[in-house]
Design a protein around this ligand. Structure first.
Ligand code: HEC
Ligand code: HEC
Length: 652
């Protein structure tokens, strides 16, 4: 593909993912073999044709991005005719390999997919999914258990169509550890684990979800999750004069944590970010604009990219300089939104904007966009008709009014999709910020259900999460039944019929280790780099937290990607601090002098793997303890082995 990324900014890796267009068309069991536009045809056209017949170039006056455009065709008439290969010029060209010189020919399988698609009458995934209703009425808020049941009904239907049965429910220990890590960012303590495992009440999962959502750690975990989405770990530092703005990013995380904990709606939080005024010292949200500019100043195109990706779930970055070659976004869509940022002045330290926008709002396409430079584009909301924003308000507040309205077509689903991605390591729409007609959700009814519910609940974040966590889907085991083929496992995972195995983020792992070692200041910096600026990382290693995040950072696009390598392994195996032993263990032994070796080993299992040891594991540990004469050394050795098990690193 000739895609390039000439963007000056490496802001978010997520922004540059090209559409995967992986779509599951699941309804109608027997149809698995048929060729569908979004799933089977567009990926081929994107790779082979859209560079010359897309938004940027329309050779032979032909645009192949959408079916209506194909039907309209080019110079010599329609490119396709439904059900009629002979009358489809596109097929004639493909069948005869009649392509410009140097272009790769299509493979036999690619040709077959396109041939079948035209012959079958140009079917789309969207047509196959059109009966997929949300199952609960839009416009009113429901009880979490009702929503959870509807979520399961959606998923079960798709699984049944694929002739797959969902994995069984996770046992209490697996569920407990997962929900603690997801909602509070760390494993449970031994006492919390034992209390839950020994609780015989049938509603204990529901109660636990409520309790965790009410704990301050919930906001902290969601605050740092959104902090990393807004300020990805490798930030462009241009906005901050070359320095990595770690402190300001932390401040944003703290600010977000407080918002989530008091239960502010996502609409309110988003408005406070979008319309921020003042200095970063007192308004941490300023970093949002501070990061998306050039030469130390925020730019309208940078702000547009970020707002589109984070709050609207769409990728406008390829429409900044020319119409998007692959998607249907026009350059004017990009600049009409950018016009809302035309009157503010923002840099890394502060944001200001006149309180009104007298004279109306339009923007002149700047030189940096290469094409249509100097053309004036009036402000307009995405996908809507041009309605001039009211002149008695600031442009950004007019934008926030539109964006955070309950009936905004983008806002609720963009957030709901990110929440889904957070728990299941995969969005209903993928990439999570590439919503558009030709990249439909895998489960459209479920996507609509979650977005409707979130909007009807006034964008209550905890409500949405409570609904998801109470579903059977969230509470299934990640274990795969023995004998299941790799491909069946993969389909089961993509259809959310089992929980994927995710790796703990650096934050989750760090907080869990702090707990295991009873050391809130746990310092795992390499002893040899501590005072070495030879690595050029003095500023980073000066702070144990930042150094941990740097070393144990995971793949933010794919939580199932095992990112630990030798440096991480060596830290876990050899770091003197981890070998020195646990203060939590010391405190436990002091408080429970009569605890038997078996009880102490059980306590260690509960505080790390969130379960009790099996009989074999227990016996192994006792044998090991007998060999080591010193009980302190022995128990710490057991702890060291536990945190070095791969089981420890995973959210199962
Ligand atoms: C490197 C650029 C390039 C690529 C890639 C390319 N084409 Fe073309 N295509 C052209 C040019 C130039 C013309 C006009 C000259 C001609 O008719 O051959 C054209 C013409 C056409 C036409 C006739 C349009 C009309 O109405 O006259 C069709 C149909 C077509 N291409 C289909 C395709 C398909 C399908 C692919 C991908 C499999 C593709 N092209 C890839 C450059 C390209
Ligand atoms: C900062 C401006 C800018 C941005 C942003 C941008 N492009 Fe481009 N792109 C250009 C320019 C300039 C050209 C050359 C246009 C021409 O030849 O008319 C170009 C050309 C292209 C071409 C044609 C290459 C060829 O020679 O056939 C493709 C494909 C393309 N861009 C894809 C993308 C994609 C995908 C994105 C988003 C990831 C993107 N562009 C973002 C400026 C940009």
């Amino acid at each position: 593909m000739k895609a390039h990324t000439v963007l000056p900014c490496g802001r978010s890796r997520m922004l540059f993912v090209l559409p995967s267009l992986v779509v599951l068309a699941w309804s109608g069991g027997g149809r698995a073999e048929e060729s569908l536009l979004e799933r089977d045809v567009l990926p081929i056209l994107t790779k082979q044709c859209l560079g010359c017949h897309g938004g940027l170039r329309q050779q032979g006056k032909l645009d192949l991005r959408t079916v209506p455009a194909m039907l309209k065709g080019g110079k010599s008439g329609p490119a396709v005719k439904s059900g009629d290969l002979d009358a489809s010029e596109m097929w004639a060209r493909i069948a005869n390999d009649d392509m410009p010189p140097h272009e790769k020919k299509l493979s036999a399988a690619e040709k077959a997919a396109i041939k079948q698609w035209i012959a079958a009458g140009l079917p789309t995934v969207a047509q196959r999914q059109q009966d997929d209703a949300p199952l609960l009425p839009a416009g009113s808020k429901h009880e979490p258990r009702q929503v959870a049941a509807a979520i399961d009904q959606h998923l079960d239907r798709a699984l049944a169509a694929a002739k797959l049965s969902p994995a069984p429910r996770a046992d209490d220990a697996e569920f407990l550890r997962r929900v603690y890590i997801d909602l509070t960012g760390r494993v449970p303590t031994a006492e919390q684990t034992a209390a839950f495992l020994d609780d015989a009440q049938p509603d204990k999962r529901v109660r636990l979800i409520d309790a965790l959502l009410a704990s301050p750690q919930f906001g902290e975990q969601f605050g740092r999750t959104w902090r990393d989405w807004i300020c990805p770990p490798e930030l462009p530092s241009d906005g901050n004069g070359g320095a990595q703005p770690h402190k300001q990013a932390q401040d944003l995380g703290v600010w977000l944590a407080a918002r989530f904990n008091v239960g502010d709606g996502w609409n309110k939080i988003t408005r406070e970010i979008l319309t921020v005024e003042g200095e970063i010292k007192t308004r941490p949200q300023v970093i949002f604009y501070g990061l998306v500019g050039e030469g130390g100043k925020a730019t309208p195109d940078g702000s547009t990219r970020a707002v589109a990706s984070l709050f609207l779930g769409v990728q406008l970055q390829c429409a900044q300089c020319h119409d998007d070659p692959y998607r249907s976004w026009a350059q004017t869509d990009h600049w009409a939104l950018a016009a809302f940022f035309g009157k503010m002045t923002a840099d890394f330290t502060k944001v200001t904007e006149p309180a009104t926008n007298k004279g109306g709002a339009q923007i002149s396409i700047p030189k940096t966009a290469f094409k249509n430079v100097g053309v004036n584009v009036p402000a307009a909301f995405l996908g809507g008709k041009h309605v001039a924003p009211p002149q008695d308000r600031s442009l950004r507040s007019a934008l926030a009014d539109w964006l955070t309205a309950r009936d905004n077509p983008y806002f609720a689903r963009a957030f709901a999709n990110r929440v889904w991605f957070y728990f299941f390591a995969r969005g209903l729409v993928n990439p999570i910020d590439d919503f558009r007609e030709l990249n439909p959700p895998s489960h459209p009814g479920l996507m609509a259900l979650l977005a409707n519910e979130f909007a009807a609940a006034d964008f209550d974040v905890k409500h949405l999460i409570r609904c998801v966590c109470n579903s059977e889907a969230y509470q299934r085991t990640s274990r795969v039944a023995s004998g299941t083929s790799e491909s069946a496992t993969a389909t089961l995972t993509t259809l959310f019929g089992r929980m994927p195995l995710r790796i703990m983020t650096a934050d989750m792992l760090y907080d869990s280790l702090k707990l295991a070692y009873g050391d809130p200041k746990l310092d795992l910096r390499s002893p040899d780099t501590k005072n070495s600026s030879a690595l050029g990382q003095a500023a980073l290693v000066a702070d144990p937290y930042l150094e941990f995040l740097r070393r144990f950072g995971t793949n933010e696009e794919d939580a199932t990607d095992f990112t630990h390598g030798i440096p991480q392994m060596l830290t876990m195996l050899n770091h003197p601090r981890l070998l020195a032993g646990s203060k939590a263990l010391e405190a436990y032994r002091k408080a429970r002098p009569a605890a038997s070796p078996e009880q102490t080993v059980e306590w260690l299992y509960l505080s790390t793997l969130s379960r009790r040891p099996s009989a074999d594991e227990s016996a192994d540990a006792q044998r090991y303890l007998q060999k080591t004469n010193d009980p302190v050394k022995g128990f710490n050795g057991v702890l060291w082995m536990l945190v070095n098990r791969s089981e420890y690193l995973f959210v199962r």
